[in-house]
Design a protein around this ligand. Structure first.
Ligand code: PGA
Ligand code: ZN
Length: 412
């Protein structure tokens, strides 16, 4: 089958926050793979570099340099290469960049090409994307993931006073379709409860489609969510997950929670009591990205009951995951393709985590597009978990809706 890359074309488009991002088309004759690159707000300091133009245009956020790097530097290097050889494509770009954090070409430039090549190859082989990724990952067990839906937004994703960034519901029903339905119902009941208690303007939404009422105590959103779940009678079938994104409320004074600065140990006590009180099954970034002591202490104390997910601390980076495995600093990996910048490296990160009996959760970014690649990624690697924000806003639903299609195709 003809799978040589004949042309690559990148352009600047806008993401869900209205900021520029990179879109890449990779062609093999008349066939095309197109991918759009997401962008975070609460980014980890160890992430691969997202290249932005600086200067006046788009208030410094333009990505024309990254676009130019795709069109002028990456495209000639990859012309006539086999798009079905993912490793080769990614290695050639790593080589061309030559830096540890992809600062020369930009991780946003490299990722767009990496994902679009994969999409193109799946089209040429006439395979659904999840099956194609499954083959790359040596996986044939295509499981639909449990959705982690962020229905109350705080931290950097909202203009309220909530320090914890994400309050998620985790519907665990037999099918994905049923989980999505129960999640959506909960979302709408929650809207009613928030409107009643805090007034209509409190139901405005944050970057990931969740409500962003002006609450400032961590228990308040958890109580509201519990009330919504109970009103629907879903009791035990809907669990709760938190992404504290603690790097964002950590300073030399300590962790700022509920208007007080807490020590590492006091914060651990807060998590322990929340886990006692609410049906929490997953805690992401409970401590700051370089506070490995905090991560080790919580994994030791809660790790048997609760999944401790590393996002900013691991940044989908094999070397950082290796260290965390040694330290027992986590028991789950948040998998974000743009944190590392190529599909091959992201798959290596997932493999390493799974080989060490960690859980893996595929994740969107707070700045997203209508691209649904990560839905196929989650099914392809069979990791069983995805977070893509609230069941609201097309950028979030693009992924959940794609999962509905995949489930239908798999006949479940
Ligand atoms: P980000 O947030 O995309 O803004 O980094 C998502 C997360 O922290 O999981
Ligand atoms: Zn996170």
């Amino acid at each position: 089958m003809y799978s040589k890359i004949t042309r690559i074309k990148a352009r600047e488009i806008l993401d869900s926050r209205g900021n520029p991002t990179v879109e890449v088309d990779v062609y093999s004759k008349s066939k095309r793979g197109r991918e759009e690159v997401p962008s975070g707000a609460s980014t980890g300091i160890h992430e691969a570099l997202e290249l932005r133009d600086k200067g006046k245009r788009y208030l410094g956020k333009g990505v024309l340099k990254a676009v130019n790097n795709v069109n002028k530097k990456i495209a000639p290097r990859l012309r006539n290469k086999n798009c079905a050889n993912q490793k080769l494509i990614d290695d050639l770009m790593l080589d061309l960049d030559g830096t540890a954090n992809k600062r020369k070409l930009g991780a946003n430039a490299i990722l767009g090409v990496s994902l679009a090549s994969c999409r193109l190859a799946s089209k040429i082989q006439r395979k659904p994307l999840y099956k194609y990724i499954g083959a790359l990952f040596n996986n044939k067990r295509f499981t639909l993931p449990t959705p982690y839906m962020n229905i109350i937004n705080g931290g950097k994703h909202a203009d309220n006073r909530l320090q914890f960034q994400e309050f998620m519901i985790v519907p665990k029903f037999k099918t994905f379709k049923e989980s999505l339905r129960a999640g959506s119902e909960t979302y709408h009941v929650l809207k009613k409860l928030i409107g009643k208690k805090y007034g209509k303007s409190s139901t405005n939404v944050g970057d990931e489609g969740g409500f962003a009422p002006n609450l400032n105590k961590v228990r308040e959103p958890l109580k509201l969510i519990t009330k919504a779940v109970n009103e629907l009678g879903y009791g035990r079938r809907i669990k709760i997950a938190i992404d504290a994104a603690a790097s964002e409320f950590y300073s030399r004074k300590g962790y700022l929670v509920d208007d007080k600065y807490l020590t590492q140990n006091k914060l651990l006590k807060v998590y322990e009591s929340l886990v006692d009180e609410f049906p929490i099954i997953s805690l992401e970034d409970p401590f700051s990205q370089d506070d490995s002591e905090g991560f080790v202490s919580i994994t030791e104390s809660l790790g048997r009951k609760v999944q401790i997910v590393g996002d900013d601390s691991l940044v989908t980076n094999v070397e950082r995951i290796k260290k965390a495995v040694e330290l027992k600093a986590c028991n789950a990996l948040l998998l974000k393709v743009n944190q590392i910048g190529t599909l091959s490296e992201a798959l290596d990160a997932a493999k390493l985590a799974m080989d060490n009996n960690w859980n893996v959760m595929v994740s969107h970014r707070s700045g997203e597009t209508s691209d649904s690649f990560i839905a196929d990624l989650a099914v392809g690697i069979g990791c069983g978990q995805i977070k893509s924000g609230a069941p609201c806003r097309s950028d979030r639903l693009a992924k959940y809706n794609q999962l509905l299609r995949i489930e239908e195709e798999l006949g479940r």
